[in-house]
Structure formats: structure tokens, C-alpha cells
Design a protein around this ligand. Sequence first.
Ligand SMILES: [Mg+2]
Length: 395
Amino acid sequence: MIPPFVLHIDIDAFFAAVEVMLRPGLKGKPVIVGGMPEERGVVCTASYEARKYGVHSGMALRTAAQKCPSGVFLRGRYHIYSQISKRFFDCLNRLAPGVEGVSVDEAYIDLRGMQYFYASVYEMAEKIKIVVEKEIGLRVSAGVGFSKLGAKLATEMAKPGGLFFIEDEKTFLSNLSLAKIPGIGPHTLLILQGLGIGRVKELKKTYPSLWKKLIGPHLYSSTRFPRKTHGEAKSFSRETTFPEDISDREMIMSHLSYLVDRLSLYLIEHHLFTGRIEIKVRFGDFSTFTRRAALGFSTHGYHNMWKVSLFLLNELLKKKKLPLRLVGAKVEQISKQRDILPFVCLKSERLSHGVRDIRERFGFSSIFIGRELVLERVYPVEREGIVLKTASLTK
Ligand SMILES: [Mg+2]
């Protein structure tokens, strides 16, 4: 089962929180940003203390002053907010490859492809939240779901300052009040309520086509993220047929590791990056299977590539009983430019660059990945690498 993969993140009471951060004396006070109490205009942001009095954004300043006479009214310093907003987005873009801004203090993040580098999406979401809070010095709320709508609603549940996951989004959404769905205006809502329809599931049952029109765009299948793609569509692959069919998993892993190692080195030497990996296996009975996965970002670090490769290999080995005849790896979505790399993956790249430097001076075989060492017992080793039975092919 795939885990939820859309993270929504939102700074709590943004403008008010910035003012409190810059003037600690305001801490714990009802802060209302937007203008002076006697001015025309509306509240931009109310701190949580002010919200207790019933003040909310969009409310006329005069009404806010009536509701909360003790409120600290501020005009707002928008140049400062925009600087912090920039830091917020810089931080998110550094942490994740697919970030879509919604407003100055709010974004959706695509977690797909990143799950290979964390124990779970939960850990990943938590980590992103913590790093962002540390970076901008403000509290954020976050939600994880299977769609942007689900994630955004999860954030609503998480406020203030929490992290909320929607495990069963289908049930959650179908029980949801239509008033919560963005894009359904007060007028439509009134008509539907007049017809006795208040919840998403009632709409689906009574007017399926209207449900499709109103809810459809928010659903999982329509969740798209902007992707940075560059370069021409090319791929490189390395594969090898074993001298004898292999039943030993460790041995199969060693072969695949070596192929991925060679691909990583090739990409580094040519200043290229890959965004997707495909693994191929051929069993003893010649049945052949492939499986691919997006890396979620462009990289050429061995460990980044290996983690996904190993995951795919394990999935493929579930297909049939060993022995295996052939294993192969292919890198796709080749690009010349470096994506912004999630910070957890940077170490892998640095390590691979170090290994490349050593191999440049002393030959490929001067340094091996540990899991490749068993290959020395089976194949001749030359300065420029292990001599596999079928030389690696490049497409
Ligand atoms: Mg906010």
C-alpha cells in the first residue's frame, strides 16, 4: 500500500508571529496585524490569543477592536514578511524537489520518491517541519494526505503547531462537510443545503456528476506537482549475465551494486544526473521482469541510486523462485543540470565524488564498495574494474 505523499505546510498566524518574534514583549498578547482600530480596512492576521476573542482575518478592523479592546493593533511590515517568506521557500526547496507555493506562508510538497531516504513519510514530514521551524524561527503546522485537499485539511486539524496525517482519506473526505471544500461558494452551498445535501458522500450519492465536477479536481488521481525537468531524454544501462545461474541473494546484490557503482561513476564523469532508475532481472527460465522508480530528484551519488535499486531488486525477486540468470540497471531522465538536492542525499554525492577522485588517480579497482568485494572471488580484477562475463553495455 502506498503511504500518503502530499505534505501541506503552513506558518501559524504568520504576520502576527513575525511581529511577536521581533518584539518579544508582545508574547502572549492578542496581536492584530492589518491597521489601526479606527481605520477602514480588515485584519490580515490575528494571533491565536486574539482569535480567542473571535477575531479572524478578513474581519473589519473596527469590529475586531470591539471584540478585542485589549488587542495590540499593528499596520504590518510587509517587506519583513516577504523576506521571511523567501527564507521559508528557500528552505523547502532545499529539503524537497517538488514544492508548490500556495501563498506567502503556505506550500504543498510532493514526498514521492523521497521515502527511500527516510524510515517513513511520517519521519520525513516531521523532519521537514522541524527543519523549517528552526530555519525561520516560527511555528508551522503540517498535514499529510493523499491529495492536496486531504493534506490541507489535515493541516487545519493540526493547527496550531501540530502535524496530522490522514490515513484513510476516502472515508475522511466522504464524511466531510461541503463547506470545507475550496471552490464551493456560499451560493452553491446554500442551494445544496436546501436540497438536504451537506456532506461530500451525500452529494456523491445524489448527484454523482456534480460530485465529479466539484470534488474531482481535488482527488488523488489529479494531484500534480510542477517538476523541474531538463536535458534530452536519454538513458544509460549496465547489465550482466552470470557465468552460472545464481541462487544466492547476496551474490545477486553484489553484482547489481557493481553495475550501479559503474553507472554512478559514468554519470559523475560526464557531469550528468539521473532522475529515475530501472532494474531488470531474468530468471533461470528466461522470464524477464523490470521495475522502475523515480528518485524524486536528480542525483549521481551511488548511495542515493543504490537505495532505490535495492528496493526495486527486492520487489522483483518476489516474482519468482531463484535462480537468476541476469541482472541489470538503467538510469533514465538524464539531465545536465543539478536539481536542488534534499540535504540527506548530499552526503552520498560527496562520498561518490571522493571515490571518483581516488579512482581517477589509482584506477577503478583501488577502492570498492564493501558489498562488491565478493565478486573478486569469482572474476578477474584489473586496474579498471572487475571483468564480468558479459561486458556492461551502454545504450
Ligand atoms: Mg498561515
